[in-house]
Write a new protein. Structure first.
Length: 202
């Protein structure tokens, strides 16, 4: 439904939504801060409480230059090795402004793989002191024991050749077991610094 503003009032004057409009709640569940960390793992807050979980990345900085920032999922065992199928593309521009484009990034796709899912399609993350990753990862209905578990990632990062790259990854964990853990790491070296926050969406 449309929200009508009467008497030329601004939207800031509205103090409550009309009864026909529902607003979802966003609940901060957990915050982890990297400090030369091999991995950051989220386990205790991923259950059937919410149908959607969102991870937000704030200036994730690698200890090593030209590496992939990755995620993997735990499906009831002790290992982060859920079977995944995914697709990816990226848009990019270099600092000189003379090289731009949008590419399908086949090398970042997974096809029934238990390996880590790279989230930085389009190139390696730069290790310079001012380079990092920021963005989001959405995980949908991880506690379902009927359907596959979809995930979507949208991040921006500075790559090792001084490009800004917007990376889009989407896929699913091809398992019917519940996903009960999510782990982040770089393909080589530690997570030098940065913050990951986990939110539940209702």
């Amino acid at each position: 439904m449309a929200i009508k503003v009467a008497n030329n009032q601004s939207l800031t004057a509205i103090t409550a939504l009309p009864s026909a409009v529902s607003g979802g709640a966003i609940t901060l569940l957990e915050t982890q801060t990297a400090s030369s960390s091999a991995t950051l793992s989220f386990t205790s807050n991923i259950d059937d409480t919410y149908d959607e979980y969102v991870f937000k990345f704030y200036n994730i900085h690698p200890a090593t230059d030209n590496v992939n920032f990755t995620v993997n999922f735990r499906d009831g065992g002790s290992s982060y090795d859920a079977t995944k199928t995914s697709t990816s593309f990226a848009s990019y521009q270099n600092e000189a402004g003379d090289t731009t484009g949008v590419n399908y990034e086949a090398s970042f796709d997974l096809a029934q793989s238990t390996g880590n899912q790279p989230l930085n399609a389009g190139g390696g993350v730069g290790g310079d002191a001012d380079q990092s990753i920021s963005g989001t990862l959405h995980l949908f209905n991880p506690s379902s024991t009927t359907f596959v578990k979809h995930y979507i990632s949208n991040i921006n990062f500075s790559n090792n050749s001084d490009y800004t790259i917007q990376s889009f990854i989407a896929g699913y964990c091809n398992v019917t077991a519940a996903i009960d853990g999510v782990q982040f790491s770089f393909s080589s070296g530690n997570i030098d610094a940065g913050v990951i926050k986990l939110y539940g969406i209702s």
